[in-house]
Design a protein around this ligand. Structure first.
Ligand code: AP5
Length: 224
């Protein structure tokens, strides 16, 4: 069976991370999320983190050259050789071109690009209620996906916090950046026949069921 190389695309707060958690379990794939990699680098005060922090706090994208090498390297790690779920990359057309070039050079190709689509007003509501575990990174929402015990992660009881870039003024900027720089990727991948659209306004379980069924079908088609 060939590799399952998936990209999750969509506006901030669409539910990409929420779906990725479920899909990694379904298909036993490594999850590579640029946001998580960058937030860890900032917390650890690495060189990458120092370069990225100002852009992230401001709701802007970090420069293509800062993130592209990190991701291409991650895709060649042993655990990602048989497939991956990539979330948050590419976010610009030059990033998509670099990804295609890097994968082609290694004889690999994308299986599908999963677009989780939600309108801006839904994004704003979701971001204001999002809480994230400081230890596990597990994502919750105070109303739509609450933890069993308020302020504590279900997995290990660690503290839940609000992300720095979830403040309303930063969310508005992130949405503007998404529309301007990332949305062109929808047409880019549609032209290549790779795009699969999902209505992200449905419940997390419904969105998950639809995506899982689509991926399972892609796998079956691949085996025929
Ligand atoms: P990143 O962490 O990738 O942020 P993002 O793409 O803006 O995505 P989010 O993590 O905000 O949202 P999500 O879609 O994963 O939603 P979630 O599942 O949490 O990037 C952060 C920053 O890093 C960027 O701004 C940039 O500066 C930098 N960066 C990253 N990649 C880069 C790149 N390639 N190039 C340059 N810079 C880069 O869900 C949101 C909330 O909604 C949660 O509370 C969840 O519980 C709830 N929820 C989820 N699904 C549903 C549902 N179906 N119904 C109701 N509630 C739901």
């Amino acid at each position: 069976m060939s590799e399952l190389n998936l990209i999750l695309l969509g506006p901030p707060g669409a539910g990409k991370g929420t779906q990725a958690e479920r899909l990694t379990d379904d298909f036993n794939l490594p999850y590579i999320a640029t946001g998580n990699i960058l937030r860890k680098a900032v917390a650890d005060e690495t060189e990458l983190g120092k370069q990225a922090k100002g852009f992230m706090d401001d709701g802007k994208l970090v420069p293509d050259e800062v993130i592209t090498g990190v991701i291409l390297e991650a895709l060649e790690n042993a655990d990602a050789r048989d497939g991956f779920i990539l979330d948050g990359f590419p976010r610009t057309v030059p990033q998509a071109e670099a990804l295609a070039e890097g994968m082609n050079a290694n004889g690999r190709e994308l299986t599908a690009v999963i677009l989780v689509d939600v309108p801006d007003e839904v994004v704003v509501k979701r971001m204001s209620g999002r809480r994230v575990s400081v230890k596990t990174g597990r994502v919750y929402h105070v109303d739509f996906d609450p933890p069993k015990h308020e302020g504590r992660c279900d997995v290990d009881g660690s503290r839940l916090v609000q992300r720095e870039d979830d403040k309303p003024e930063t969310v508005a900027k992130r949405l503007a950046v998404y529309h301007e720089q990332t949305e062109p990727l929808i047409g880019y991948y549609e032209d290549q026949g790779l795009l699969r659209r999902f209505d992200g306004t449905r419940s997390p379980t419904e969105v998950h069921d639809h995506i899982r069924a689509t991926i399972a079908t892609l796998r079956l088609e691949d085996e025929l």
